[in-house]
Design a protein. Structure first.
Length: 141
């Protein structure tokens, strides 16, 4: 099912994110995904602390990144996260653009599943708490 939840933020590439070739080291894009994912989860009032408090952890079980262009020191990046699936799992799509030129730098996705903290069992459907946070289910049912 498609939903319309997204978040956006700007990151200015710091010097310490560069590799010896003076471009952003490939692993740092995962960090940029995490930053915009945290903003998205906060916007729906279900950040990592709220997940834990609701009795679930949401580990990432799959991630894909496609590197398209290289980012460099000082470049401003527009990072976008869009929630594309929420039934049975969370799938979040990411795009990172050069803020100045709008050239796409990187894209990818993550998939997270709910795990009951007490039983340590993976849930086969998304917990009601997530559906309520997304506004697709009301408090009564």
């Amino acid at each position: 099912m498609t939903v319309n939840h997204f978040a956006e933020l700007t990151i200015q590439v710091p010097f310490y994110d560069l590799d010896p070739m003076s471009i952003v080291w490939h692993g740092n894009y995962v960090k940029y995904f995490e930053k915009v994912r945290c903003k998205l989860l906060s916007q729906i009032n279900y950040d990592y602390c709220e997940m834990r408090d609701s009795g679930y952890i949401w580990p990432i079980i799959d991630m894909r990144l496609k590197y398209i262009n290289s980012a460099t020191f000082g470049q401003e990046l527009r990072c976008v996260a869009t929630l594309s699936e929420y039934e049975n799992r969370l799938k979040i799509n990411y795009e990172i653009f050069c803020k100045k030129t709008q050239k796409r730098m990187t894209k990818g996705y993550t998939i997270q599943v709910a795990v009951n903290i007490k039983s340590q069992e993976m849930q086969l459907v998304s917990p009601d708490v997530l559906l309520r946070k997304l506004g697709v289910k009301n408090e009564q049912g």
